[in-house]
Design a protein around this ligand. Structure first.
Ligand code: NAI
Length: 331
């Protein structure tokens, strides 16, 4: 099936070509992000493959539908970038990748937590310059601390299990509490209680109307003073300016983010030779107790292999008229 692959990076191409070896779909690789301007590049493609920062709103979907697209496949779990109701109106099926190594993201969240708490990135920069001083590098033991997990699904529950292994007390909040999380030793509490009692809060819920800015000025004011916030889920969960203010007053003791609300214009590209005009992110990266990575939590060999294989399998199933296992409901 003719498929336009937007936001293609070298690794996408390598891994998709490998996954497509026996399926034989005709893949049109495009470096552009999908938008109203770039949508015509998918003319004649029945399937369009997108990633997290592509724009797949009603306007773009109308153009795609008019050009003959009948399937949108996102190479991600989250699908908040897609107007699923508009897709349905245009008769376009939408699939995502529901299952790929949740360990990739959970392990990365733990890595970010350790890096920000124990100042590992700062220490590495120092030693490269021959500075072996420890001043300013003190962290705290995770053992015995309370870790709050918002969203106790696949990734959140693995993160919780790792934290329990560290000797932490784990509390969770989820719209749909699960017995599996409690069986691990986690205890469900309200968001308010979670923020008030946690030394570390890690976000693992999807971005929805309900969860947008779940961390905002009011919730940060209720958080335990000096706590660390980790966000590997979606940037829109956190009001970044409120988090910046909380860092300035010490209410927030550290921030580790792999996702950022305005990441669409920044992430997945090398901007090191340009002037970055986003003052919010520039201010944040200047803080010693902040770590920002560019949406790489999923980026392991295992996860990418599974993402590409599932995407190709979905396109094949659609072509054969079979039921789509990873179809998303309308929002
Ligand atoms: P999942 O669907 O297994 O778990 C999400 C959990 O959030 C579910 O238990 C759900 O009930 C809960 N939830 C839904 N609405 C909620 C609300 N209003 N309040 C509290 N909890 C709520 O999803 P999974 O695989 O664990 O992924 C979680 C998120 O991680 C994804 O939505 C995605 O945004 C993000 N992600 C980030 C990646 C990265 O590279 N940084 C890669 C993959 C996923």
């Amino acid at each position: 099936m003719k498929t336009a692959v937007f936001s293609t990076r070298r690794y996408d191409k390598t891994m998709l070509v490998r996954a497509n070896a026996s399926a034989g779909h005709e893949l049109r690789f495009l470096e552009d992000r999908l938008s109203v301007a770039s949508a015509p590049l998918a003319a004649g493609c029945e399937a369009v493959c997108v990633f997290v920062n592509d724009t797949v709103d009603a306007e773009v979907l109308a153009i795609l539908a008019q050009q003959g697209t009948r399937l949108v496949a996102t190479r991600s779990t989250g699908y908040n970038q897609i107007d699923a109701a508009a897709a349905e109106r245009h008769g376009i099926a939408v699939v995502r990748v529901t299952d790929y190594s949740p360990y990739s993201v959970a392990e990365f969240a733990v890595g970010l937590l350790l890096a920000v708490n124990r100042k590992i990135a700062r220490a590495s920069v120092r030693t490269r310059e021959g500075n072996f001083d420890l001043d300013g590098l003190m962290g705290f033991d995770l053992h015995g601390k309370t870790v709050g997990v918002i969203g106790t699904g696949k990734i959140g529950s693995i993160f919780a299990r790792i934290m329990i292994g560290f000797g932490c007390t784990v509390v969770g909040h989820d719209r749909y509490p699960s017995a599996a999380f409690e069986a691990l030793g986690g205890r469900y509490v309200s968001v308010q209680e979670l923020l008030a009692c946690s030394d570390v809060v890690s976000l693992h819920c999807p971005l929805t109307d309900e969860t947008r800015h779940i961390v905002n000025a009011a919730s940060l004011a209720r958080a335990k003073r000096g706590s660390i916030l980790v966000n590997t889920s979606r940037g829109g969960l956190v009001d970044t300016e409120a988090a910046t203010e909380a860092l300035k007053t010490g209410q927030l003791g550290g921030l580790a983010i792999d996702v950022y609300e305005q990441e669409a214009n920044l992430f997945f590209q090398d901007l090191s030779s340009t002037i970055i005009c986003d003052d919010v992110i520039q201010r944040l990266v200047s803080f010693p107790n902040v770590i920002v990575t560019g949406h790489q939590a999923f980026f392991t060999e295992e996860a990418i292999g599974q993402i590409m294989q599932t995407t190709i399998d979905s396109i094949s199933a659609f072509e054969r008229g079979e039921a789509l296992l990873n179809r998303i409901p309308k929002s």
